[in-house]
Write a protein that binds this ligand. Structure first.
Ligand SMILES: [Zn+2]
Length: 258
């Protein structure tokens, strides 16, 4: 890809909307081209700035009082014909309603939910991990090697289980970033398929039942258990991904023997 092609696709690249091949081509180009990677960095900054909470406002109560007082003052002006004044107030009120709807409801409709943002983060992180050299920070099939590796790197200790006995050998782990925080990424393998399991503590005490999602050709399952969020993602079929999720959940909460 040349610079002009890369720049055409850069928005899609920043939003992780491209197919893997094109994504990798752009990644390669950005690694060697300073001019394009400068534009890329600027777009990433702009994108995160546009997502920022500081851009969303709720109209304060004193603004409503000011608008009402201004409307009353206009009504009292003696040199304006009464009809015109009423019309003006009507138009102003209509405009105010439209403005209030735009300001208050617009962001609610267009603003992605927390789960939506997290799903986007997880897909991006998964695709990034599939690029050469990005998959693992610690390569080991030993849970006793991978688990301690996270100590001191995260403010929590992720549950790490080797599931090779069940056909999902542990490949390793790495630090990643999703849901606006550092998270643990555990990598498992199923034949030729890789599964990323993202783990981080949940702020709420309630559990969330396993939920399925699919984006950009990847299947996802997420759930919350024991105040821990889990997101599994893979190009594996849903049946096998569910099997993987079940194994992870069973290891976390052992079934009591009767
Ligand atoms: Zn370039």
């Amino acid at each position: 890809m040349n610079c002009s092609e890369v720049r055409t696709f850069l928005h899609g690249y920043v939003d992780s909307e491209l197919d893997l091949v094109r994504h990798l081509e752009i990644e390669d180009h950005l690694g060697t081209c300073d001019a394009c990677s400068q534009i890329y960095r600027a777009q990433v900054v702009l994108r995160s700035a546009l997502k920022s909470d500081e851009l969303y406002f709720t109209a304060p109560a004193h603004l409503e009082r000011q608008v009402r007082m201004a409307a009353q003052r206009t009504e009292r002006k003696p040199w304006l014909p009464r009809l015109l004044t009423r019309e003006w107030i009507g138009a102003a009120a209509a405009a105010a309603v439209v403005l209030a709807l735009a300001v208050l409801v617009g962001p609610m409709l267009s603003r992605p939910t927390l789960t939506e943002r997290t799903a986007q983060d997880i897909v991006s992180a998964h695709i990034r991990s599939l690029m050469p050299g990005h998959l693992t920070d610690v390569v080991s099939s030993e849970q006793h090697t991978v688990k301690p590796w996270f100590a001191g790197k995260l403010d929590f200790s992720p549950p790490v289980n080797d599931l090779s006995g069940d056909g999902f050998p542990l490949v390793g782990g790495r630090l990643d970033y999703a849901a606006r925080r550092p998270v643990a990424a555990l990598v498992y393998r199923r034949g030729a398929h890789l599964v990323n399991l993202f783990v981080w503590p949940s702020a709420s005490t309630g559990d969330l039942a396993e939920t399925a999602d699919a984006r950009q050709g990847y299947n996802m399952l997420y759930w919350t258990r024991r105040q821990t969020n889990f997101w599994a993602i893979s190009d594996l079929n849903t049946t096998e991904l569910r099997q993987f999720a079940r194994l992870v959940q069973d290891r976390l909460v052992p079934v009591p023997v009767r």
